[in-house]
Structures are given as structure tokens and as C-alpha cells.
Design a protein around this ligand. Structure first.
Ligand code: SAM
Length: 304
């Protein structure tokens, strides 16, 4: 399909794992292998004109390198050794924007296979606590392997339904940051497009997903010390994105949206323009959505 062609034409993004190496060392390594480094991109068009063994630094995200479409690093030493993570640019936004400081207590609600978890750990310099949950045992075991390879040591993994995690448990009393990347339709993943299902079936599926996403979001806001939460999906459907966030804000006083990256080329749909969207056409990534909620009133227990 034409969607598949589009997916094949997206640049390939590589996130440098700063727990194991530096951007400079990765660039030098690749140059010694015959790659030509062309510096930092200065506009979106730079990302689309790559071919052969050339690469750039991204124009929005630090620690991100950009390669021509179809470049495959799965067999490469740097990937095998956990020095680089193969991750679409859009999916690097949530951890980057949440930006938890070293020493923070952070919760990743739907974490497997863990690319965003390892990104959070890198930002935290492996200092602090990273509680990560996933319902799927198999995906969670893949995740342990991935985190081991990435040198992540601050995590505490649990094969648990996030909706059953008790926000009042003393264990989570210092959690100030939550990343919520729940199951979604995946409609933004241009290679995973599936147009076979009936419209009615699809509508029911979206409705069920949106209800689940809203429950997760509402549950996350119950953690007593929460300061900031990033909500993300790889869906392009308003129903799973702006509508979920708007419903949540309506149901929870004391939270507001944080305006994200003014220089980012694609915004959430009106009126939620503080949020970000991503797409093949406007950002040269898979389709994606990110919102950040911030608490703006301190709870009563604060004075204790
Ligand atoms: N954040 C991950 C990453 O960057 O690698 C991707 C997460 S994926 C979009 C959603 C995950 O949510 C799946 O692994 C799924 O097993 C998990 N999940 C679904 N329902 C859940 C629940 N109730 N509690 C915890 N995890 C759940």
C-alpha cells in the first residue's frame, strides 16, 4: 500500500544511550566505519535528503542521530552492545519532555518493551527510582533483556496491572513523575496499518481503548506526590488523544496542560494546542501524540 511506501521512506532514528557512551564517541565510531557526519540538521528538509552512509544530528532532540530510510543497525556492534537504541524520533519525545531530574522517583505505567524506560533512566543518570509496570509477562521479559543491555540499574520491574497498583502505597509516596504510554490502536505506525477490519468493529475497538486510556490517566493522577505526567500514544485518532486528555482534565481539578516545545512543527488539535502531534508529513516520523499534565495546586497533605 502507499502507507507502506511512506513508512519505508521515513528517516531512521538512532538514540545514543548516554548510560554507556556519548554522542561524540558514537559519531567518531561511525566515521571510522566510513559514515559521513553532516552536522546538525537546521530544518526538517535536511532529514529527508539523506542517502548512502550519511547521517545528521537531529534538529529538535539531543542524543538523536538521523540516518537514511531503511538503514538497519540491528546487527551492528553499537546496537548489540547497548550503546545505541533504535527508536523513532516521536517516541523519544515522552521521556525527553518529562525530563525527571537525577534522584527522582518515576513511574512508567505501561512500560514494555522499555525503550522509554531506558530513555528515562539515561536522563536520570541511573540515579533515583524507576518503577515500571506491564501486564504482559512475555513483553516484560524482553524488557529486562533490553534494560540489561542498556545498562539500566535504577528500575524496579513488576508484572502487574497498572490499574491495580495502589497509589497510596508507601512505596510510591515519593513518585513525582509518571510516564503513561498505554496500549493504543497503533494507527500512527505507518507500517502496521490494517484496513481490513469493519468500520463498526473499528469504532468499538477505539471506544474500548479510549475508555482504558482514560482510566489509566485518572488512576495515574491519584498518586499523591505527582507533579508531572506525560501521556503518549502512537495513534492518530483524536478519540485516543485530545479527547482522552480533555475528559481527564474535566474530571480532575488541579491539573493543567504544559505548553510543549514551541518550535515543534505539529500541535495537538484545537483547543489542546499545548500538546504535540507527529506525522510522516509534518515531522518525518510515525504518527504520535504527547500531552504533559502538571499539578498546579498543592494537596492538603503537603503541610504535614
Ligand atoms: N512504553 C513502551 C515503550 O516505549 O517501549 C511501549 C508501551 S506499549 C504502547 C503499551 C504496553 O501496555 C504494552 O506492553 C501492554 O502489555 C501494556 N499494558 C496494557 N494494559 C496494561 C495494564 N492494565 N497495566 C500495565 N500495562 C498494560
Amino acid at each position: 500500500s502507499s502507507q507502506q511506501v511512506e513508512g519505508d521512506q521515513l528517516p531512521r532514528y538512532v538514540r545514543v544511550n548516554t548510560l554507556k557512551t556519548t554522542v561524540g564517541d558514537v559519531i567518531d565510531y561511525l566515521k571510522r566505519e566510513g559514515f559521513s557526519y553532516q552536522g546538525q540538521a537546521s530544518r526538517l528538509g535536511d532529514l529527508t535528503n539523506l542517502s548512502g552512509k550519511t547521517f545528521l544530528s537531529d534538529l529538535h532532540l539531543p542524543d538523536l542521530l538521523v540516518f537514511p530510510p531503511k538503514m538497519d543497525f540491528h546487527a551492528h556492534f553499537l546496537y548489540q552492545a547497548g550503546h545505541i537504541i533504535l527508536q523513532d524520533k516521536a517516541s523519544c519525545l515522552p521521556a525527553y519532555l518529562l525530563n525527571p531530574p537525577e534522584g527522582a522517583h518515576v513511574l512508567d505505567a505501561c512500560a514494555a518493551p522499555g525503550n522509554k524506560t531506558s530513555h528515562l533512566a539515561a536522563i536520570m543518570g541511573n540515579k533515583g527510582k524507576l518503577f515500571a509496570f506491564d501486564l504482559d509477562a512475555k513483553r516484560l521479559s524482553t524488557m529486562s533483556t533490553l534494560l540489561l543491555r542498556a545498562g539500566v540499574t535504577c528500575q524496579q520491574l513488576a508484572n502487574q496491572d497498572f490499574l491495580k497498583v495502589n497509589p497510596e502505597s508507601p512505596e510510591y509516596s515519593q513518585v513525582e513523575y509518571i510516564l503513561l504510554d498505554p496500549s493504543c490502536s497503533g494507527s500512527g505506525m505507518v507500517c502496521l496499518q490494517d484496513s481490513r477490519s469493519e468500520p463498526q468493529e473499528e469504532a468499538g475497538r477505539l471506544q474500548a481503548l479510549a475508555a482504558f486510556q482514560l482510566r489509566c490517566l485518572n488512576h495515574a493522577l491519584r498518586f499523591p506526590r505527582l507533579q508531572r505526567l506525560v501521556y503518549s500514544t502512537c495513534s492518530i485518532h483524536t478519540q485516543e488523544n485530545e479527547e482522552v486528555v480533555a475528559a481527564c482534565l474535566q474530571q480532575n481539578e488541579g491539573y493543567r496542560l504544559v505548553p510543549l516545545l514551541p518550535e515543534w512543527p505539529e500541535r495537538g488539535l484545537e483547543p489542546l494546542t499545548q500538546c504535540l502531534r507527529a506525522s510522516t508529513t509534518k515531522t518525518r516520523t510515525h504518527g504520535f501524540f504527547v500531552a504533559m499534565l502538571e499539578r498546579h495546586a498543592l494537596g492538603e497533605e503537603e503541610k504535614g
